[in-house]
Design a protein around this ligand. Structure first.
Ligand code: FCB
Length: 466
């Protein structure tokens, strides 16, 4: 299974998950620093320190990417380093990313930065966060300062990572920072994140007309558990609306889906939409980033008493605004350490849907991967064959989509290395490289060697191994 020439092979991380050094060189608190301090919010009381100490080990980490033969590195830029407290530009913060970009380029690795991977300056949250329209304008200003500093060397920009998590997990479920459980604020956040995306896209284009600009969404196929049950079918429609179409339609078609506006009308979504906003939000893009992990198989069952959330463990509210009695019946599929079902065919489905239902854009898989309870053996190796199986299955699924005509241009595995997995803390390991958090020693897992081989060959072996 050969991939297209120039297929971009990479690995991804995000600032708060790997950097550590949360008070270095003028950085101030993000909403995640503050969220982590509240007992019970993060498993084990884990925080953004030490993470993988990437801030101080960045040269070593780029050397690791070189060893693995990676062609691109997807990382995110920390807003509170570049504009502490959301205020004036901090040159020292920009310098870190400038050095990272230079080191990548010197090693022939394409830098693939994301401007926002969830670390809003806490000072802006105190003014209302993403529920406040003004945050969208602050985001565009921040984007402009980053592009001004790096635009001479970076050619591909991603505005937001997974605005679904920022809005629904952060402001409705309360399981992500800022930990609010206010559905009205969540729908306001959706619109203001999208507005921020559009304003930032325009700011990037104005500063760097040749830039490639995109957004990364976490997309899921959604199925009714019982297609003959109207309640399940309607729940699937609503979930698809809140998970996928509420972001895809405004960005790619310039409208919110009518059924989603109806579903969310009791929470005041339309109150936030001003004249001209959708033009800004639908500013044409050059690419779309797809993060894919699993599918949603949904059912409405009267006996369900609580709203399920990501893992059951950190149940606070539900991200599924307006849906009662929702559950996700098991289909007997294998599961990862996050308890997420493994379903590679869902990736093909997501890519084909984008290809057939939306204006076509070059697509990149900007995240895909799995947590497993890896063990560093006495012989110093990590035999994560389950992760190899996961990634291989999803690469086959991606290849299937390419065969069907999908313009898929790259794949970034999540993650380059073990890191701070948000509310799950350090307990969940997603890396193809193992990190010992006491010593910060990095050990490429079996999956890293396997992936390096795929990248080198630009191909997967046939199932019979030939
Ligand atoms: C995605 C996030 C990423 C990582 C993976 C497992 O939702 O974008 O930071 O946590 O999930």
């Amino acid at each position: 299974m050969v991939f297209p020439t120039d297929f971009l092979w990479g690995a991804a991380t995000a600032a708060f998950q790997v950097e550590g050094s949360t008070t270095a060189d003028g950085r101030t608190d993000s909403i995640w620093d503050v969220f982590c301090r509240v007992p019970g919010n993060v498993v084990g009381g884990d925080t953004g320190e030490p993470a993988a100490d990437h801030y101080r080990r960045v040269e070593q980490d780029v050397a690791l990417m070189v060893d693995l033969g990676l062609r691109a590195y997807r990382f995110s830029i920390a807003w509170p380093r570049v504009r502490p407290d959301g205020g004036a530009v901090n040159q020292a913060g920009l310098d870190f990313y400038s050095r990272l970009v230079d080191t990548l380029l010197a090693n022939g690795i394409t830098p693939w930065p994301t401007l926002y991977h969830w670390d809003l300056p806490q000072a802006l949250e105190e003014k209302g966060g993403w529920a406040n329209r003004d945050t969208a304008y602050r985001f565009a200003e921040y984007a402009e300062s980053v592009v001004g500093a790096l635009g001479d060397r970076v050619s591909s920009w991603t505005t937001l990572n997974e605005p679904w998590c920022s809005s629904f997990l952060g402001y409705a479920a309360g399981v992500h920072a800022p930990g609010r459980q206010e559905p009205e604020a969540a729908v306001a956040a959706v619109h203001h994140l999208l507005l921020g995306h559009g304003l930032a896209t325009r700011a990037i284009r104005a500063a760097q007309p040749t830039a490639q600009v995109g957004i990364t969404l976490n997309l899921y196929p959604v199925f009714p558990a019982d297609p003959a049950n109207p309640a399940d079918v309607d729940a699937a429609r609503r979930l698809d609306g809140m998970q996928n179409r509420i972001f895809l339609d405004p960005v790619l078609r310039g409208t919110y889906p009518a059924d989603v506006l109806d579903d969310l009308a009791p929470y005041g979504i339309s109150d936030h939409v001003r004249e001209g906003d959708l033009d800004v939000i639908s500013t044409p893009l050059d690419m779309l980033g797809v993060n894919y992990y699993s599918e949603h198989n949904v059912a409405v069952r009267p006996e369900v008493e609580v709203h399920p959330t990501r893992n059951g463990r950190l149940q606070k509210g539900s991200p599924w605004i307006g849906l009662d009695k929702l559950t996700f019946p098991s289909r007997g599929l294998p599961r990862t350490d996050m308890d997420w079902e493994v379903q590679p065919a869902g990736l093909t489905a997501v890519l084909l849907r984008l290809h057939s239902e939306y204006p076509r854009l070059p697509l990149y898989i900007t995240e895909n991967g799995a947590a497993y309870p890896d063990v560093l053996g006495a012989d110093g190796t990590v035999g994560d064959s389950d992760r190899v199986t996961f990634i291989e299955g999803h690469l086959r699924a991606a290849h299937d989509a390419i065969q069907e005509g999908v313009d898929l241009r790259g794949y970034f595995c999540w993650s380059l290395m073990d890191n701070f997995e948000w509310a799950e803390g350090y307990a969940k390991r997603f890396g193809i490289v193992h990190v010992d958090y006491d010593t910060q020693v990095r050990t490429p897992k079996m999956s890293a060697m396997w992936y390096a081989n795929v990248v080198r060959e630009n191909a997967l072996n046939a199932p019979d191994g030939s």
